[in-house]
Design a protein. Structure first.
Length: 276
């Protein structure tokens, strides 16, 4: 867990370090809110919401196509247009106030799920860090779902361990507008092993890796010297909520005569004492 937290802190630092570069690379699109400031000419300074057509209206220049331009490119374009028609050596500054045209959506075991602005070239790690990082219930997969031009979707599964802990940069893919980043929840559940085992009690286990009967007994320290291996009981509730008891000869499972038993969430394994 310590290595996991260190990995999250490292990706957060990397995200903050690259934020300025990402914003400078951002290309303006429909619904973005931009502020245009012309130094010394307040009548030309204004805020404009980019229309669905990718245009803004700036009197007295009229409609101007801004879709696909970076902040610096739009400043250069406006400077040129004002120089040709109105002013000598105008000083134009463009500020993007709201990024609405390019968003991704982060879901699942993340501290702050929701939509996030895609400012320039951002990767999976950048956006996960911006969303506060993974929660302790995060599973070992990140699923990125992308809408294709023909209307279909495709999904890519990324290993959390390989991406964050092992630092496999090839998995840190660039994101595209409307991508969905889903971190499935792999919650902690309990299996109880009591009776004649060395460390009886509750086992804290990920739901994706519920143990078998033999594995659970091993995690509880193994059988004590007084354990009756031939009459181990598993208590569980059926679909109606009724408690049922199942009896297993673990000696036969150890010898390979019978198949090991897959346990379920909240099962109670009882290892009775043998009587001599």
């Amino acid at each position: 867990m310590t290595a996991f937290l260190m990995g999250c802190l490292m990706l957060l630092a990397g995200s903050l370090f690259s934020q300025e570069q990402s914003i400078s690379d951002y290309r303006i699109g429909p619904k973005d809110l931009i502020e245009i400031t012309v130094f010394g000419v307040p009548d030309l300074s204004r805020r404009e919401r980019v229309a669905e057509t990718g245009r803004i209206t700036l009197p007295p220049l009229g409609e101007i196509q801004v879709d696909g331009l970076t902040k610096a490119e739009l400043e250069k374009k406006l400077t040129q247009l004002l120089s040709e028609k109105l002013l000598q050596n105008p000083q134009v500054t463009v500020t993007i106030l709201e990024y609405q045209s390019k968003r991704v959506f982060v879901l699942g075991a993340i501290r702050n799920p929701g939509p996030y602005e895609l400012q320039g070239r951002q990767t999976v790690l950048h956006v996960i860090a911006e969303a506060g990082g993974l929660t302790p219930e995060a599973g070992n997969e990140i699923i990125v779902t992308r809408r294709l031009d023909e209307g279909t979707t495709k999904s890519l599964k990324i290993s959390v361990e390989d991406l964050i802990l092992k630092g496999n940069d090839s998995l840190n893919i660039p994101l595209q507008p409307d991508d969905i980043i889903n971190i499935p929840v792999d919650k902690i559940i309990q299996i109880y092993v009591i009776g004649q085992v060395r460390t009886p009690g509750a086992l804290q286990i990920r739901k994706s890796s519920i143990p078998t009967l033999l594995q659970a007994i091993a995690q509880a320290g193994g059988f004590s010297d007084r354990a009756s291996k031939g009459s181990v009981i598993v208590k569980r509730k059926d679909e109606t909520g009724k408690e049922i008891q199942l009896k297993f000869d673990v000696d036969d499972i150890i010898k390979g005569k019978k198949k090991d038993v897959q346990l379920q969430e909240n099962d109670v394994v009882i290892v009775p004492e043998k009587f001599i």
